[in-house]
Design a protein around this ligand. Sequence first.
Ligand SMILES: *Cc1c(COP(=O)(O)O)cnc(C)c1O
Length: 482
Amino acid sequence: MSPSLRQQVLRKIPKVDEILSRPEMADLLKVHPRAVVVEAVRKGLERLRSEILKTEDLSDLDDGIFSFENLYPLFQREVTVQIQPRLCRVINATGVVIHTNLGRSPLAPSALQHMIEIARGYSNLEYDLDRGDRGSRYTHVEGILCRLSGAESAMVVNNNAGAVLLALNTIAEGKEVIVSRGELVEIGGAFRIPDVMKRSGAFLREVGTTNRTYIGDYQRAIGPQTALLLKVHTSNFRVMGFTADTPLQDLVQLGKENHLPVMHDLGSGCFLDLSQYGLEREPTVPEAIQTGVDLVTFSGDKLLGGPQAGIILGKKAILDLVKINPLTRALRIDKLTLAALESTLLLYLDEKMAMEEIPTLRMLKIDRAVLKRRARRLLRSLSERIKQKTTPVLKEDISQVGGGALPLQELPTVVVRLKPVDLSVNGLEEGLRKAEPPIISRISKDGLILDMRTISDEEIPLLAAGIEKALAKTAESKAHRA
Ligand SMILES: *Cc1c(COP(=O)(O)O)cnc(C)c1O
């Protein structure tokens, strides 16, 4: 293939100005800002150009691809892409309940309502209505947090990574923090305990081994430089077999004897004993507080089921220092988050209400019969043509909690498995991912899995429509290529 021939073909691509002067473009220019349309045309032509550069045999190309009629839909699509938000809802068909990449916890209706109300107008965010004077944004949730956990004092920041950073910096800047080797974890999104420790200005003092750490290991490491004993929840993994872990109570006792504060990064942080609902037993936040630990930190959007936030609970004397640390201002929680968090916490006053209203908790304890009904509904919503093309079957499978919570917990679930007949599983996965709204599924060794646990009943019609559309589209692009 001579480069000059390719040059000749590329020269056939119309110029941006040429396109813009077409009378048909007037409609687009009437509705959208000129800059948006110009960018769309530029992007559309760029796409055509890269298509030509990718084509091996240029004699395959039909001159029709340069026609305005062929290009116009491309420009329209590019305009739509530009004016639509990039951050959009997706349907989570993965079965991972607390999916960090998909935004972790969906919010309860009352939390959404509260957010809208606070966002729409002014609020008493930092205004004390009793005194008619300046107030603090942190007071709104402190009462309910202390009531639910039994802690003396509470504080909330942007996220749990921020909470850990802030606490370490407040208590141990320039001093040593003793941590078990088995707890130097990395959480998704590059949160590593040793790195956060470094940035906080504290020095890490590792003790014990990967699989076994005893109270004596901590004891021997205590010296004049020690400022804190830290226990970290090994959220997303478990060490199995020959292991020994120092219980929080023992660390608290050791801290007391040596006049050292003890902190527990709980990670997920759950207020309810989920073993009543058939899940693994996890120490709850109130149980951690009961040990007498000085500080506990955890996320707002993991098992708690609220918005992204970092919650710090514990002894008043330490929390008072945390609250006046200048870093607090850099990590401060936003008013919308605060609204959602407060409403989520209020639901916990009634355990039954929390389990029903908080989507994360509801999805974790959902009945298999409900999942089965949902799967059947999806099957009924698919057309005969699509059924032939995807051979859907209802199957039992396992879903995951996610978010680093209960990593070994297997949640028996019901899924719909699709096995496309004239398309690869990867092709179908991509088609669904590009649907509107995008559908995020799971690929297994024998097909594409749609897990009913993380889909709501309202999403079933959208899911069915997405599958129909994905298959129609792939059929179309195949015909186009042929
Ligand atoms: C998830 C997690 C964090 C980070 O919390 P974010 O709210 O995501 O910032 C910190 N520590 C542990 C143990 C965790 O599980």
